[in-house]
Design a protein around this ligand. Structure first.
Ligand SMILES: C[S@@+](CC[C@H](N)C(=O)[O-])C[C@H]1O[C@@H](n2cnc3c(N)ncnc32)[C@H](O)[C@@H]1O
Length: 250
């Protein structure tokens, strides 16, 4: 098993290529869900002795551009960050490599079996900067005012209580801390319940939700195409500073 550090290094400058399995939709869907840590995986031994997770994550590096995502959020050595809805931990280990031993990565999820796998891998790789947090649907249980950045990747559409979750994430951020929301783009103006079923989200709803929780949109960055049918948007929000609030007469 290679380390998080080497994974992040190899991710730079990835080029999208259509994998052979993409021609077989059922296999492609199974692999995609397994890669997200949203479904139980069977561990397959691959010819090059990579674990199934490593092989799936290597494929994901090609379209997810994790180095660019972390650069966009200003994450660096010593940063304190959270991967909310961490799942299998794809971003947790990218983040751990970036923040290094003097930083901190909170891998947060509502499913403890996902967190257990992350704890095991972090222990195996000696990544003491990784800590897991078991949240609930209405409280991410993040440390208050502690975070430079939060990543919420392919998780927004699954949140049942988005107002409470946004509230908890805003509380966890430091002033000027950033929240990245990356989610598969759904058709706009659908009933909210339909997005969870389709595992997609309306960008417009996310913008409205964040505004209610005093999270300022910084910009929409270049999104991602995970396959020929799925585009993921990438929104960056910021928690206002005390200075911003007084300038706005709050
Ligand atoms: C599709 S997976 C994405 C995993 C990971 N972010 C990634 O990019 O690979 C969605 C994850 O969100 C978690 N989740 C769903 N609702 C949540 C909530 N309210 N708070 C935290 N995690 C949640 C699920 O347990 C699952 O692990």
């Amino acid at each position: 098993m290679h380390s998080g550090r080497s994974r992040a290094g190899s991710a730079a400058g990835g080029v999208h290529r259509l994998a052979p399995h993409a021609r077989y939709p059922v296999v492609a869907l199974w692999l995609a869900l397994a890669a997200l840590g949203c479904r139980t995986k069977t561990v397959a031994e691959l010819p090059n002795n990579q674990s199934a997770t490593d092989a799936e994550w290597a494929k994901r590096d090609a379209w997810q551009r994790p180095v660019e995502v972390m650069d966009t959020l200003g994450i660096r050595a010593g940063s304190v960050v959270a991967d909310v809805g961490a799942g299998g931990g794809y971003f947790t280990f990218q983040l751990a490599a970036r923040v290094g031993p003097h930083g901190k990565v909170y891998a947060q999820d509502i499913v403890d079996s996902h967190l257990e796998k992350i704890r095991d891998r972090a222990k195996q790789e000696g990544l003491l900067q990784v800590e897991t947090i078991l949240g609930s649907q209405s409280d991410p249980r993040l440390p208050p005012g502690a975070l430079d950045a939060i990543l919420l990747v392919m998780t927004y559409h699954e949140m049942e209580n988005y107002d409470a979750m946004l509230d908890g994430m805003a509380r966890g951020l430091k002033p000027a801390g950033r929240l990245a929301v990356i989610d598969p783009q759904g058709t706009p103006n659908q009933p909210r319940s339909s997005y969870a079923k389709e595992h997609k989200m309306s960008k417009e709803l996310v913008l409205q939700d964040a505004a209610r929780h005093n999270l300022r949109i910084v910009r929409e960055a270049k999104g991602f195409d995970s396959d020929e049918n799925t585009h993921l948007f990438f929104l960056i929000f910021e928690k206002p500073t005390a200075g911003d609030a007084s300038r706005n007469g709050q």
